[in-house]
Design a protein around this ligand. Sequence first.
Ligand SMILES: [Zn+2]
Length: 166
Amino acid sequence: MGLQESFRTYPKNLRVKILMILLNIHRAGVKHTDLKVRNIVLSRGSEKEPTIIDFNNASGHNCQFNGDIEDLEIGGWRPYFAIVECREIYYTCRAMDLWVPTETEHEGCTVPTECLSSAQELLGYMERYHGMSANLQENIRSAERCVAAFHIMYRNELRALGFLKT
Ligand SMILES: [Zn+2]
């Protein structure tokens, strides 16, 4: 049976292994076109090795991404599509949560994650661009929750990027 939940619930090393297999498939001139968790199977035993299955919808592919796994800068800021140039690789990285998003949702608005360094900064952004009062207690709490969730979710990556100092 294939994996059941979304990619992002699986350990990062497993997601990276799946991506490396995908890169090899693309390098061999094939795109899968239906890469979902249920099309990944894991070997038994403690060292779970993933295998990509179900190539029924696969097609020939001249991959525009001719770099290596390191060139994808996993854990860095999410690059523009034009940097990767291959849809399946780009959207697989996104689905696997392998980059720090450059935008996020807050109170129904899209906000750049660079303003998530602190709740004050987020509140300032919301006040400037979305006309939201920075002074209401509920807005302050909501901004604090949003910033805390982002920092927890991407703690290691944000530290490595120098965005978080602690
Ligand atoms: Zn490709």
